[in-house]
Write a protein that binds this ligand. Sequence first.
Ligand SMILES: [Zn+2]
Length: 105
Amino acid sequence: MADYDRDDPRFKKLLADIMPIVDEIKRLNAEAVARGEFPDDRGMLECLKCGLMEDVAINNKHLVYFKHSDDHADTGLRFVATDDPAVFHCPNCNTKVYDPDRMEN
Ligand SMILES: [Zn+2]
């Protein structure tokens, strides 16, 4: 990781320029989630114990269904966030599920 001098005025200017954009992205993401779309700030979750998994429909709607279900209809269940942004709980069996986008190799 690069070393930044946080007291460098160029760094402070860059941060000041970026933060409104970051806030706008967060706001747009929250709006999308409110419309029933997948939150784009993490990977799609899958419970390895019971097979509950997330998917995105062609209309961009967030779906959560059992991997082996016939119709892949949305169950209405949603994985539950924890204090650790990389860890969720399965709403069906309460197993810990890890965000694949935050797992280290
Ligand atoms: Zn589960």
